[in-house]
Design a protein around this ligand. Structure first.
Ligand code: S3P
Length: 167
């Protein structure tokens, strides 16, 4: 089994991946963690500030390629992965892609609770534009869509398991 979590910043991909992996006896892998390790920087913010977004995207593609043959995993992706076809094809191959859907208002609220804001969520107007652009892409790649607006992490995980059992 190979599960891929996609969705906008703040949709809970990393936390959901951990609990889902625990419950299904799979390994949770966070792409941003691997990208950070390969960058030699201290934070994702630092990669964006010092190396730029282009470099981040190159590392993201490379990380996706390295993970493309891993099985028995739940992979949490970064919110921008759907912007690049090649990167998305590496992760989506032989996988079930699960889209954690939430409204822009809820994404804003959840991101505000984080210790550090993701670099592309520093300007709310800009983030809203990204959200609108990405929404149809998330939907187009999704095999399973979970509405996470009124749900906590464990409810989201339970909903995913219900959906997986129906397949
Ligand atoms: C990004 C989302 C971030 C991280 C990077 C770029 C994006 O991950 O990959 O800051 O383009 O939406 P999260 O979605 O986990 O915040």
């Amino acid at each position: 089994m190979r599960l891929i979590l996609i969705g906008f910043m703040g949709s809970g991909k990393t936390s959901v991946a951990k609990l889902l992996a625990d419950k299904l006896n799979l390994k949770a892998i966070d792409m941003d963690d691997l990208i950070l390790k390969s960058s030699g920087r201290k934070s994702i913010n630092e990669i964006f500030e010092i190396d730029g977004e282009k470099k981040f995207r190159r590392l993201e593609t490379h990380t996706a390629q390295q993970l493309s043959n891993k099985n028995n995993v739940v992979i949490s992706t970064g919110g921008g992965i759907v912007m690049d076809k090649k990167t998305m094809n590496y992760v989506a191959k032989n996988s079930q892609v699960i889209y954690l859907k939430l409204s822009f208002d809820n994404a804003t609220k959840r991101v505000a609770l984080k210790k550090t804001r993701p670099p592309l969520f520093k300007n709310i107007q800009f983030a809203k534009k990204l959200f609108k652009k990405r929404l149809p892409l998330y939907a187009s790649y999704a095999d399973i869509t979970i509405d996470t607006n009124e749900k906590g992490v464990s409810e989201v995980v339970d909903s995913i398991i219900v959906e997986l059992k129906q397949r």
